[in-house]
Design a protein around this ligand. Structure first.
Ligand SMILES: NC(=O)c1ccc[n+]([C@@H]2O[C@H](COP(=O)([O-])OP(=O)(O)OC[C@H]3O[C@@H](n4cnc5c(N)ncnc54)[C@H](O)[C@@H]3O)[C@@H](O)[C@H]2O)c1
Length: 365
């Protein structure tokens, strides 16, 4: 019996090389053999996961895949530092040793690190095989598993090697969030809040109203938050699959956030924590330009605090360190830093019209 609560369909532009795909969101989906079969039939599978997630969820997935299907399992070491070409080679070797051919399906069971690497491996293996995303962090469920960006890091830059490769489908079992550490959960919430700010003011208000339910990981609230987040990301991405224009609004909070991550050293601040602080800085600048009510900025600050997300820039960062780090960011176009601000609550704009004084006022030093 299917336990799926909701399914979204991601449409892609007609000229896309890929088809659209479904996102299934619900409880107990990892145990749902029928759902898996509906997506991949009896095709051979290579599951890629990591040493943290495997003891928690690999058994359930293994059972749902059934006994008759050829399955290869690969457990990678945990952590962003392993999102490398070396790990990619490990995946390729495991796939070749498992005699996988183009009919096989790669399954990514884990957070964004596992998802990005497995998706990229699927894009490259024998010039492209299908893959399924089974994201197990909130961030991966609302962000990295949707949109088709895959890749690995290089010692000279994060996510510098990759490909666009859309999954066959996404299975989001929200039961997996029960084991997610609080900081990782909050980091995912930062992205959920972002979707409200840039695209859907009523959703932003709903997150405020549902704050306690979300913080206690109430299934119904989570399913709605994830569904709405995925729908917004899918909407933005389907309008702009390869990041020519409107997709850039998804970087709200990220320009300042990346600067924080860069200066603090990757891993000290989680990505979502840096984005939370970056969103507040961008919201304050939007306010100073007359686009956003003071009350909305205050509501955002309170909401971030509700999830124990940082609202102060790191004490050792002044406007110069932000500007230096931001000028190194990928989002710099023709020497000008491109900022994503809000034109009103629920709408984002991209602009280079942000001065040193604006940033100084927003970070308060
Ligand atoms: N492709 C995209 O569009 C996109 C978008 C945003 C982020 N990303 C990438 O995603 C990555 C970050 O993803 P992330 O935040 O999921 O990090 P992650 O994959 O490192 O997961 C965070 C931690 O949680 C553990 N974990 C995963 N699921 C768990 C569970 N259910 N219970 C307990 N622990 C669990 C992981 O093993 C890890 O230690 C980055 O590499 C980033 O570049 C990609």
């Amino acid at each position: 019996m299917s336990s799926c609560q909701t399914t979204l369909h991601v449409a892609l532009p007609p000229d896309s090389r890929d088809r659209g795909y479904p996102i299934h969101i619900g409880t107990d989906l990892l145990n749902d053999a029928d759902l898996l079969t509906s997506l991949i039939g009896d095709r051979p599978v290579m599951v890629v996961t990591n040493e943290i997630v495997a003891p928690l969820y690999l058994d359930a997935l293994r059972r749902a895949l059934g006994r008759d299907r050829p399955v290869t399992e690969l457990l990678l070491p945990d952590g962003e530092q392993h999102k490398t070409l070396d790990s990619l080679a490990t995946i390729m070797t495991a796939a070749l040793r498992g005699h996988h051919e183009r009919r096989s399906v790669f399954v990514a069971l884990g957070g964004g690190v596992v998802g990005d690497m497995t998706g990229f491996a699927a894009a490259c293996y024998q010039r492209g095989v299908d893959f399924l995303q089974v994201p197990t962090t909130l961030l991966a469920q609302v962000d990295s598993s949707v949109g088709g960006k895959t890749g690995v890091n290089h010692s000279l830059g994060k996510n510098m090697i990759g490909a666009f490769h859309q999954p066959l489908g996404v299975i989001i079992d929200i039961n997996t969030l029960r084991s997610l550490p609080q900081r990782e959960f909050a980091a995912g919430m930062a992205e959920v809040i972002k979707y409200g700010l840039i695209y859907d003011a009523p959703f932003f208000q709903w997150i405020i109203d549902a704050g306690d339910s979300l913080a206690s990981r109430d299934p119904e609230a989570l399913i709605y938050a994830i569904e709405r987040s995925c729908a917004i990301k899918a909407d933005v991405v389907s309008a702009d699959e390869r990041e020519g224009g409107v997709r850039a609004i998804l970087n709200f909070g990220h320009t300042f956030g990346h600067a924080i991550e860069h200066v603090q050293g990757y891993g000290n601040w989680l990505h979502g924590e840096a984005v939370a602080c970056g969103m507040l800085i961008a919201a304050r600048i939007s306010e100073s330009k007359g686009n956003l009510e003071t009350a909305a900025v205050a509501a955002l600050e309170q909401l971030l605090q509700r999830f124990q997300l940082p609202v102060e820039a790191p004490p050792d960062m002044d406007v110069d360190s932000f500007l230096r780090a931001m000028s190194l960011d990928k989002k710099v176009a023709h020497g000008q830093i491109r900022y994503v601000l809000l034109s009103t609550l629920g709408r984002a704009v991209i602009t280079s019209d942000v001065g040193r004084d604006d940033i100084e006022a927003a970070i308060g030093r």
